[in-house]
Design a protein around this ligand. Structure first.
Ligand code: CA
Length: 137
């Protein structure tokens, strides 16, 4: 029973505490409901709860964020994913988009730009969900 006024839920995966708190503040100020994970394992567990969007750091202490992205897509999950990456080599970005990420921002990023990208992606995925909600079970 979701209402149009329900806040969107975001999973923030980032092991750098300073960046995590900064992004968390910005998202909460923007009216989002945010869950945080600092490791790939936490993220993998939490993501099962379902989110409207995932912000995914690539360099995590126990693995690579790309693996989570890849496994979500392999299981048919198309929840919007934005990669947070310090890797500015073009081939890394291409690889992220290749495994199914929707967008990426390179650190250090400008917080208003990140929030704007989130809103843009949610608008696009929202219209898609409204017209094509499929349940596998
Ligand atoms: Ca990191």
């Amino acid at each position: 029973m979701s209402k149009a006024t329900d806040p969107e839920r975001i999973l923030l995966v980032e092991d750098d505490e300073r960046i995590r708190l900064e992004v968390l503040d910005a998202l909460q100020a923007g009216g989002f409901v945010v869950s945080v994970a600092a490791t790939l394992k936490e993220a993998t567990d939490l993501v099962q709860n379902g989110f409207d969007l995932v912000l995914l750091d690539l360099g995590l202490p126990d693995g690579d964020g790309l693996d989570l992205c890849r496994s979500l897509r392999a299981s048919g999950d198309d929840m919007p994913i934005i990669l947070l990456t310090a890797r500015d080599a073009p081939e890394q970005r291409v690889r992220g988009l290749d495994v199914g990420a929707d967008d990426y921002v390179v650190k250090p990023f400008h917080m208003p730009e990140l929030v704007a990208r989130i809103r843009g992606l949610l608008r696009r995925s929202g219209s898609k969900t409204a017209t094509g909600l499929l349940r596998a079970d």
